[in-house]
Design a protein around this ligand. Structure first.
Ligand code: UD1
Length: 366
């Protein structure tokens, strides 16, 4: 019997492992001779950053929680490696399946590979070219050592080939996060808008990257322009714990609390958040995955970063890179308000069946 160990650690991982776990279980019910375990590293541990997602996404609770928690990058990575090594030695999986680009992804991949366990990376090949992003380092390390690289789009495959990766390791399968989106959209759309906002007439803001929120100057400039925008369309702002902490420590509360048009909430779970994005006029974000979700939903997305590892969303989707330049944010916002931003196409294979392709390949070909 072939044994798979799937790993998730942080919020953006949960919607990616959900369709994989579902598909593994479906194949097992049909008699496939495999077993699968889900390990949660515990990188994200708050109810609102973790447990809520398991409920919303209907994923069975993790078989194991390594409970590593927060820490510096080195501490967090090392803790995952130590705990995950012990788990691998106990469970002796044939394959470890990692998703995305968080510290847990890289830590689990390196640990497994050094134990001689084969590693599959789901969402491989994304590159921002920006080595100041911890996720870029995680992507490069994970892809360099993984046996199988499952890619979401054409550009990711091109990146890997440019780095000299053999064709036999690359599989273009589509986007598991979009599997989850399609599987959840009907339930999400049935939810009432949060805070009494009117569908089609509000913006959703998310902000959490260290580059944007760890500097008082940059955070205050971004909050300033968000505050300006909120006078034209009300803003829904589910706030990441890091951002909340920094707004308080830099004394910037008045920029978000004072004007009455910014609705700050706790981090939202998957369905209410998807519902909010689907019903919004536009999104301003520095997230990775939201650039893809808005592309599929056709909602204009202003990405407050100088670069993106997901250029396909700019090429055919609704994504516009605005960096932290207040002028660019204002002008892209006015483009959106006059209806000048729309989607050209949904990227190939973002069709809700990526997990089926991945699990079929893992079970049948390896
Ligand atoms: C991580 C990922 C990032 C992803 C983001 C989504 C890495 C390098 N980064 O960043 O790619 O976009 O998750 O949220 O892996 N905290 C809590 N509760 C929690 C988790 C974190 O309060 O459940 C706070 C802690 O103060 C912690 C801080 O948030 O120190 C940062 O958490 P961490 O997991 O280190 O990174 P994120 O910024 O969340």
């Amino acid at each position: 019997m072939k044994k798979f160990l799937v790993v998730a650690g942080a919020r953006p991982n949960f919607m990616k492992v959900a369709p994989l776990m579902r598909e593994f279980r479906r194949r097992m019910e049909q008699g496939a001779d495999v077993s699968v375990l889900l390990a949660h590293t515990g990188q994200h541990y708050d109810e609102k950053m973790s447990a809520n997602f398991f409920r919303d996404l209907d994923i069975p609770l993790p078989d194991v929680n390594l409970e590593v928690g927060s820490g510096s990058h080195a501490v967090q990575t090392a803790k995952v490696m130590m705990a995950f090594e012990e788990l691998c030695e106990q469970e002796k999986p044939d394959w470890v399946v990692v998703v995305g680009d968080v510290n847990s992804t890289m830590a689990a991949a390196i640990t497994a590979r050094k134990l001689g366990i084969r590693v599959a990376h789901v969402e491989a090949g994304l590159r921002s070219g920006d080595m100041s992003m911890p996720e870029e380092i995680n992507r490069l390390c994970t892809d360099a050592i993984s046996d199988l690289l499952y890619t979401t789009d054409r550009i990711a495959g091109e990146n890997l080939r440019r780095e000299g990766v053999a064709e036999s390791r690359i599989r273009f399968v589509g986007n598991v996060m979009i599997d989850t989106l399609y599987g959840s959209l009907e339930r999400a759309r049935a939810l009432p808008p949060v805070n009494g906002l009117t569908a089609g007439n509000y913006a959703v803001v998310t902000l959490h990257r260290p580059a944007n929120v760890d500097s008082a100057e940059r955070l205050s400039a971004l909050l300033g322009v968000i505050s300006e925008i909120s006078h034209q369309v009300p803003v829904l702002f589910p706030m990441h714990p890091r951002t909340k902490k920094n707004i308080e420590s830099f004394g910037l509360q008045s920029l978000v609390e004072g004007n009455g048009h910014i609705h700050v909430t706790e981090p939202m779970s998957y369905l209410p958040f998807l519902s909010s994005v689907a019903g919004s006029r536009l999104v301003l974000t520095d997230s990775g995955g939201i650039q893809e979700e808005t592309t599929v939903l056709g909602v204009p997305c202003l990405t407050m970063r100088p670069n993106t590892e997901r250029p396909i969303t700019c090429e055919c989707g609704t994504n516009i890179l605005v960096g932290d330049d207040v002028g660019r944010i204002r002008s892209a916002f006015s483009d959106v308000m006059r209806g000048a931003v729309s989607r050209r196409a949904i990227p190939d294979l973002w069709d809700g069946r990526a997990a089926q392709r991945i699990v079929a390949d893992l079970i049948e070909n390896h």
